[in-house]
Design a protein around this ligand. Structure first.
Ligand code: ASP
Length: 334
């Protein structure tokens, strides 16, 4: 018998019909969801409704609660796997936070949700939940980091993004695809994810890290207002290989000089940042000024990892930069 802990947090998967024909996300407790999941024999589920929220109300406090709960459940020795049900809008943030801090070598952690409410025709709520439970019960799911099960596809929480606002294939990893699939209750593992080093679950409140999205014609006033509001760090969602809008250059240099940690990733959906260019605002200049180049993570993910890294290491830039170093984390080409 495989024992799986299901932690429900709300979202569309936990919706009930509202009076005006809209959905009240998070109103349904986890126990009600499980009752219609038609699990196969050999799997026993224990449900806890941890939150009943829409996922726009889930952030660092809830991430921390979930991480500590998952760690305690894994260490209890009583469970073979853990499933978290979550609103899809910020599912990738919660899953990535957990991916950064949890050890999944013994007990897999799988996050899922649904695009359609449970009471809609053709809802994916029960099918996604059942697949997530089957996956969490699978020994093959161990040690892959946190996984996201959606529409019969399995993704690494290290890379997954919500790519459709409404269709049942709501998640993907652009350019890389899923790690595998769930077909008739069987997990087909086709790829193993590359992972960065695990970070500690923070004991104190996470430092504030804001995202500045790069775009053509961005005004310095926006960047200045954000810097003046006092974040500990900024993630610049940079242009292409990691360039910053020209008007932001003096603002960002001054911010770095004032001790704000600045990470630069790419707004593109696929590919690394790279110091390819030599012109004002190019990544090379920013790195020379003290910014950290971040590859293969969306700005949302980079922001979470930057906050966890600063919480663990303080503002020691070289240690923080090492937490984003894919070479350091894995294969060295020499
Ligand atoms: N608005 C919902 C939420 O994130 C969307 C969903 O769950 O699919 O809570």
């Amino acid at each position: 018998m495989k024992r799986i802990a299901v932690l429900s947090t709300g979202g569309t998967i936990a919706s009930v019909p509202g009076n005006e024909g809209r959905a009240v996300a998070g109103a349904l407790p986890g126990e009600a969801l499980i009752s219609k999941t038609e699990l196969r024999d050999g799997i026993q589920v224990e449900v806890e409704s941890v939150f009943q929220k829409a996922s726009n109300a889930i952030g660092p406090v809830e991430w921390n609660t979930l991480a500590e709960k998952c760690q305690a459940l894994a260490q209890s020795g009583n469970f073979h796997g853990i499933v978290i049900t979550h609103g899809t809008d910020t599912l990738e943030d919660t899953a990535f936070y957990l991916h950064c801090v949890l050890d999944t070598e013994q007990v897999p952690v799988v996050v899922t949700g649904s695009q359609r409410v449970p009471h809609a025709v053709g809802s994916d709520a029960y099918a996604n939940l059942r697949d997530a439970i089957v996956l969490a019960a699978s020994a093959e799911a161990r040690g892959l980091g946190v996984l996201v099960a959606f529409n019969q596809s399995i993704f690494s929480a290290g890379f997954v993004r919500k790519t459709s606002s409404f269709q049942l294939n709501g998640f993907d990893v652009p350019g890389l695809g899923p790690l595998g699939m769930l077909d008739e209750g069987v997990f087909h593992l086709l790829q193993r994810p590359r992972m960065l080093a695990r970070l500690p679950i923070p004991e104190q409140t996470l430092p504030r890290v804001d995202i500045l999205p790069g775009y053509g014609g961005a005004d310095a006033a926006v960047a200045q207002a954000v810097v003046d509001s006092g974040p500990a760090a900024l993630v610049i969602d940079g242009l292409g290989r990691g360039q910053v809008p020209l008007a932001w250059l003096p603002v960002l240099r001054e911010a770095i000089a004032r001790g704000v940690v600045v990470g630069i990733c790419s707004t593109t959906l696929h590919g690394a940042t790279h110091e390819s260019y030599e012109y004002p605002g190019a990544l090379h200049e920013m790195v020379e000024s003290g910014a950290i180049a971040i590859s293969h993570l969306s700005a949302r993910k980079a922001r979470i990892r930057l906050a966890l890294s600063i919480a663990a290491r303080g503002a020691d830039i070289s240690s923080v930069a090492a937490d984003f170093d894919w070479q350091f984390a894995g294969i060295q080409l020499s």
